[in-house]
Design a protein around this ligand. Structure first.
Ligand code: BEZ
Length: 211
């Protein structure tokens, strides 16, 4: 069964490169990013895991924990970690789940049989501190993800969780934002003391409120 936005992220206990983890307990009050890769010792995956590791400080700043998963074993992940450190310039610094029995992959519908019967596709699940799924992404094995985009969308999710705003196309942290349509002009004047510009009654733009 596909996991949809707003669903509670399924809980599980699994072996990882950092020991046994109970997912919900491990997340605690943090945001979380659970992402799958197809296979250890493959080129695109090596660049991805290296890029996530390199960006770890950015995720820490955003109170967000990273956890990877593939259908390889923990021992395989540990062996591959040396190659990631050697070729990508950053050692693995977050847990990677060993999922040989596909338990986590099946729970999160990460194996798409018309793409591959056995390997996980490249999924991303962003999970809020309330354990609800806030974002899902799915990429094929042949396309590496963009870590900057994942940080960008995390910034949007965290901002819009706190303020009655939405973020427009190509928004990045610091850009103007859109006032949620449910907010009246009178409410908007109170909530957004920096003011707003109404390009249309439904399109009102205000400086990012937490800047
Ligand atoms: C890769 O990471 O390069 C890869 C993994 C599985 C299938 C195809 C490509």
């Amino acid at each position: 069964m596909a996991i949809r936005l707003g669903d509670t992220a399924p809980d599980f206990t699994a072996d990882t490169t950092e020991g046994t983890i109970n997912f919900h307990q491990w997340l605690g009050d943090s945001w979380g990013i659970l992402f799958s890769h197809p296979k250890d010792f493959t080129p695109v995956c090596t660049t991805e895991l290296g890029a996530f590791a390199k960006a770890k400080a950015e995720f820490d700043k955003r109170n967000t924990k990273l956890i990877g998963v593939s259908v390889d074993s923990v021992e395989s992940h540990k062996g591959w970690a040396a190659d990631i450190a050697e070729t990508q310039g950053s050692p693995l610094n977050f847990p990677v789940i060993g999922d040989e029995d596909h338990r986590v992959a099946d729970l999160y519908d990460m194996i798409h049989p018309n793409a591959s019967d056995t390997l996980t596709v490249r999924t991303v699940f962003i999970i809020g501190p309330d354990k609800k799924v806030k974002l899902t992404l799915t990429y094929p094995a042949s396309t590496g993800r963009n870590v900057d985009e994942i940080i960008r969308v995390l910034d949007s999710l965290q901002l819009t969780a706190q303020y009655s705003v939405a973020t427009p196309v190509n928004w990045t942290d610091g850009d103007d934002v859109i006032i949620a349509p449910a907010i009246s002009d009178d409410e908007a004047k109170e909530k957004f003391p920096k003011g707003f510009k109404a390009l249309k009654p439904y399109l009102r733009v205000t400086p990012q409120p937490n800047r």
